[in-house]
Design a protein around this ligand. Sequence first.
Ligand code: APR
Length: 175
Amino acid sequence: MPDPRLHIIQGDITTLAVDAIVNAANPSLLGGGGVDGAIHRAAGPQLLAECRTLGGCAVGEAKITRGYDLPARHVIHTVGPIWRGGSQGEVEALARCYRSVLALATEHGLRTLAFPSISTGAYGFPIRRAARIALRTILAYLDYHPNLEQVICVCFTRADWEEYMAARAFVDPRV
Ligand code: APR
């Protein structure tokens, strides 16, 4: 039976009223383009002000802030790997992003969480492989953590949504 707590949707992550949305940030945590830019625009300037106090974030790590003007209560910022062909530890670093975010959400007693497709935009990680890593890592974590009630993978485009749906069938053949 596929885990009913994992959802895959197409949409804009800044609109979701969940305990935390995940930001695909850069090591400075001082904003950028893509989903990072969208989250900072929607959250307002207080988000950047809090990010300035965090001292940056290493690849694969995660840090939490409030959500400010977002409908989400918190933002969990993580920094994905830049794709360099796949032989520089990118696969493990991406999996570590998901694990770090999930662990931080558990630590803060959060129950609902939404991820963008980390590293698959400006950082160039191939979407098919990234989707499988994301879903495999999330499902493995959910198996041992009943505290999490809902984890949503938010795909910005229809094409990405189709890749995630295909990846789910690949990763969790029970679907
Ligand atoms: N909601 C959900 N997903 C979104 C949104 C949104 N509003 N906007 C963009 N995305 C998707 C992109 O389509 C892509 O699938 O987020 C995914 C990640 O793409 P990027 O935002 O480019 O992030 P990433 O590839 O991890 O690169 C991070 O880009 O914005 C800068 O500061 C950021 O330097 C960092 C780098």
